[in-house]
Write a protein that binds this ligand. Structure first.
Ligand code: TYD
Length: 213
């Protein structure tokens, strides 16, 4: 199920420390160089409300937040972003790149926290009025690489134990195998350029937006 609008909606997913934000900006530059009209945004955030919700979500003082409250807050920020930023941009025919989207909620809140996948999906279908990405790129990082990249940073999520991230990583693998038409796993080993090359190859193959480097 794609965006159903005139533009193209691509989301970036992966564990914290997978390098997806850097890769997204590089892809945005490459697409702009080809003359495409691109906007980038991120979750949670991307709107005034979303950034305020993000502050609550990442605040280590909120360590008692329940899984359901957490899922609702992420989906509230997402609802605001979809209706006020993503859908209008797609309606104008733009390419929207988003750093995290509803697959983060499935990986972290469902597979990671243990909420029912069906419940988190239903909540997010409602929150987004059924807006699914045309393509989702999941950057796959090994645990050693991930732990090295996030060492020293500790927002509320980053201070979770390793098993939480392992469950989220397994969640991404399951999602990719269940939704092969939309979700693609990208190996994030090697240099930034290596990863960007793999990612562009997939974008070209699936959407025909870029010549392969
Ligand atoms: P952020 O600092 O943006 O992490 P990253 O740079 O890795 O994207 O923090 C976002 C955190 O929120 C991250 O730990 C993943 C988590 N998250 C969820 O648990 N569910 C969601 O739906 C989203 C969008 C993010």
């Amino acid at each position: 199920m794609g965006s159903g609008a005139r533009g193209v909606f691509i989301t970036f997913e992966g564990l914290d420390g997978s390098g997806k934000s850097t890769q997204m900006e590089l892809l945005a530059d490459a697409l702009r160089d080809r003359g495409h009209d691109v906007i980038t945004t991120r979750e949670p955030g991307g709107t005034g409300l979303g950034e305020a919700v993000r502050t609550i979500l990442l605040d280590p003082a909120q360590h008692g937040m329940t899984s359901r409250a957490e899922a609702l807050l992420y989906s509230a920020a997402r609802a605001q972003l979809v209706e006020t930023v993503i859908k209008p941009a797609l309606d104008e025919g733009r390419i929207v790149l988003c750093d995290r989207y509803l697959d983060s909620s499935l990986a972290y809140q469902a597979y990671g926290r243990g909420l029912q996948v069906e419940d988190v999906l239903t909540l997010n279908i409602w929150a987004t009025e059924c807006l699914f990405p045309d393509l989702t790129l999941v950057l796959v990082v090994d645990e050693q690489q991930r732990a090295g990249r996030v060492a020293g940073v500790s927002d509320r999520l980053e201070s979770e134990e390793t098993s939480f991230f392992e469950r989220a990583a397994e969640g991404y693998r399951r999602l990719a195998s269940d939704h092969r038409h939309r979700i693609r796993l990208i190996d994030s080993a090697g240099s930034i350029d290596d990863v960007q090359g793999r990612l562009r190859a997939v974008v070209e193959e699936d959407l025909g937006l870029l010549p392969v480097q």
